[in-house]
Design a protein around this ligand. Structure first.
Ligand code: ADP
Ligand code: MG
Length: 658
């Protein structure tokens, strides 16, 4: 039946059955068949007789249930899916009744598609060459939906030829065409056969079948008859199989670039859907950025305020004396005095500074301007302890304090309200109608929560007590300790000293004084602000997660919609990894673009919030980088499931899907 060359195709008792509910359909029943290289075989038979099943088995798109299939002498049953994909693209061309062209691509790109999987590039030049061969040189840049059926089928034939196949399978290639196009296609196939390509053609038309060199008729899954119509010439091209078997993951930059370009195209074709799925990631990333910035801003504000307070600091205040758990009338609290401060400094070892302080409010006047502000009476050590060395002028000295001189250091808000642009140093102001000379301006500190730290005037504590507030007691005593290790011992000694000095009865010692340890307060504040910003960021991260789920949803829809495209890509030689990468690239592109826009939006929100609410915020490059990386990984993580789903599709199943 064949010439002296070994047959390129040899089937031995191949069966294929389909289970449809409880009936078994025998699509192929122990079919044995040999086809020589260079032959032109027509397969005919009634619908449902197993022609397509036979073609799909021969074309490595489907695997038989039993029997042996040898392609060029090599049994293909042991090959895995990727090895089959390589064999398909190197040796086989497929032409389908439904053309299966990709609608968003030009004729040229459709023809070049298989090269993406064999040569890792869309070599458009050689694609153009094959389009010329099928007489479509003038339709190169047309989209496939702008072509007639006959032209589309010719594009499909050019595509099947681009990897120089040895065998061309055509399953009713003219089934959807008019008779003129039918003639063109058959003439084309005959010419390809003359060039040495083995052609296997399924057709319904007796007239076409009779033009082949060999005519096989099928019925109910077996071969009914087998006629030789024309002798074979020995013009077949070499029948040896290609040795290249690059079935491993061969990921290359060029391939990635092509996937990227195609990914952009697909995404651009579904603009609304793409935009919506980006929106999820965008909002998520923007939220993370803004929340992190707010949190960090708040944390930094707290830290800078705390840093301006020495950490070796204890603040002593009087507490309410209680009788029977009820606070007594006012005036009966334990009051601190200047002498207490002096005793603390002299009697407790380890104490460096013991500075009495008073607070009050007062009316400040300069020329015709008035301003109500906070008055702080402090010692000269205040500037150092509170990091408040004047930016202009100087702070007052111990001597000025002792002499109760009327000198004042004012905050930035006062400068603004009373002096505007004039230099306040040396000017006389009235505090509660008493004349004071301005000798210094405090550095700007901003606001701490609701309190404006710059709206303050600081005067010597003695002056404040006697001349301004009429107090013969102090409100608090700030105690600075030489080293942090001394804090606990000093704290204990402090309480003992005060209790003995004020003769507090044992029952009330608990509440008589309050000692604030700044180091502890500092730690507590820092921890709670950190917790707060972590909380904010994790809420934002949840929205990013939701965005990721949105992407997964869209990608799953996309996979379902493009099932036939996936089948076609596999039929022309795409391996699982190719499909996987294609879909991953798409979801990563969506989430990366969403992520970048999210960073921009988050930054904008941060800037606006800082401006409108006057909050201290800052976007750190690290948080921008982090959320971009996070959104890109969201693309990978949530893209993997849909992409895997696509990659694992069975090629022939996928092609059949509506
Ligand atoms: P032909 O191409 O000759 O019309 P097919 O090879 O497509 O016939 O089908 C042969 C038989 O197998 C038919 O009875 C058909 O219903 C059945 N068949 C083909 N594919 C499937 C499938 N995926 N699932 C179930 N039955 C199938
Ligand atoms: Mg069929």
């Amino acid at each position: 039946m064949t010439g002296n060359a070994p047959p390129i195709i040899r089937l031995n008792e191949v069966t294929k059955t389909y289970q449809m509910g409880d009936t078994t359909v025998h699509a192929l029943r122990e079919v044995s068949l040999e086809i020589a290289a260079g032959d032109f075989v027509a397969i005919m038979g009634p619908s449902g007789s197993g022609k397509s099943t036979l073609m799909n088995v021969l074309g490595l798109l489907d695997t038989p249930d039993s029997g042996v299939y040898r392609l060029s002498g090599k049994a293909v049953s042991g090959l895995d899916e990727d090895e089959l994909a390589v064999l398909r693209r190197e040796t086989i061309g497929f032409v389908f009744q439904q053309f299966h062209l990709l609608p968003r691509m030009s004729a040229l790109e459709n023809v070049a598609l298989p090269l993406l999987y064999s040569k890792r590039s869309l070599d458009l030049e050689s694609a153009g060459h094959y389009l010329e061969k099928v007489d479509l040189a003038d339709r190169v840049h047309h989209r496939t939906n702008e072509l007639s059926g006959g032209q589309q089928q010719r594009v499909a034939i050019a595509r099947s030829l681009i990897n120089s196949p040895r065998i061309l399978f055509a399953d009713e290639p003219t089934g959807n065409l008019d008779s003129a196009s039918e003639k063109e296609i058959i003439a084309l196939l005959k010419k390809l056969n003359e060039d040495g390509i083995t052609i296997i053609l399924v057709t319904h038309e007796e007239e076409i079948g009779r033009q082949a060199k060999r005519l096989i008729r099928m019925r109910d899954g077996f071969i009914l008859s087998d006629e030789r119509l024309e002798d074979l010439q020995g013009n077949a091209i070499s029948t040896s199989l290609p040795l290249s078997r690059e079935t491993g993951a061969s990921f290359r930059l060029l391939e990635f670039a092509v996937h990227l370009q195609q990914g952009f195209k697909t995404l651009a074709a579904n603009k609304v859907r793409t935009a919506l799925s980006m929106l999820g990631v965008l909002i998520g990333v923007a939220a993370v950025i803004a929340m992190l910035a707010l949190g960090q801003g708040a944390q930094r504000a707290i830290e800078s305020q705390l840093a301006s307070l020495g950490s070796n600091l204890l603040v002593l205040r009087s507490g309410a004396l209680r009788t029977g758990g009820v606070a007594r009338e006012s005036g009966t609290t334990t009051r601190l005095s200047l002498e207490d401060a002096q005793a603390i400094r002299q009697e407790i070892p380890g104490v460096e500074v013991s500075a009495p302080m008073v607070q009050g409010r007062g009316q400040i006047a300069f020329s015709n301007k008035n301003w109500n502000t906070q008055i702080t009476g402090a010692g000269p050590s205040y500037a150092r302890i509170h990091a408040a060395e004047p930016v202009a002028g100087r702070f007052f000295t111990e001597e000025e304090n002792r002499k109760r001189l009327r000198v004042a250091v004012i905050g930035a808000t006062l400068v603004q309200e009373l002096f505007a642009t004039a230099n306040p140093i040396g000017e006389m102001i009235k505090i509660n109608k008493v004349n004071f000379q301005v000798i210094g301006v405090l550095p700007e500190k901003g606001s701490a929560g609701w309190r404006n730290q710059d709206d303050v005037v600081i005067v010597p504590v003695m002056t404040a007590m006697r001349r301004l507030l009429g107090k013969n007691y102090v409100d608090s005593i700030e105690i600075e300790v030489a080293s942090r290790e001394d804090l606990p011992s000093v704290e204990g000694a402090l309480e003992e000293l005060m209790i003995s000095r004020h003769r507090v009865p044992p029952s009330q010692q608990q509440d008589a004084f309050r000692v604030h340890n700044m180091a502890e307060i500092q730690q507590a504040l820092t921890t709670s602000s950190r917790t707060m910003s972590m909380l904010l960021a994790s809420i934002a991260a949840i929205s990013l997660l939701v965005g990721g789920i949105g992407i997964m949803n869209i990608m799953l829809v996309s996979v379902t919609e493009r099932t036939r495209e996936i089948g076609l890509r596999k039929a022309v030689g795409a391996r699982r990894s190719d499909i996987l990468i294609q879909f991953l690239v798409e979801s990563v592109v969506v989430s990366a673009i969403g992520g970048l826009s999210g960073i921009a939006l988050g930054w904008l929100v941060t800037v606006l919030l800082s401006m409108i609410a006057g909050w201290t915020t800052s976007v750190s490059p690290a948080s921008a980088l982090l959320s971009f990386a996070f959104s890109a990984s969201i693309g990978i993580i949530f893209g993997i499931y849909p992409a895997r789903k696509a990659a694992l599709l069975d090629p022939i199943e996928a092609l059949r899907r509506e």
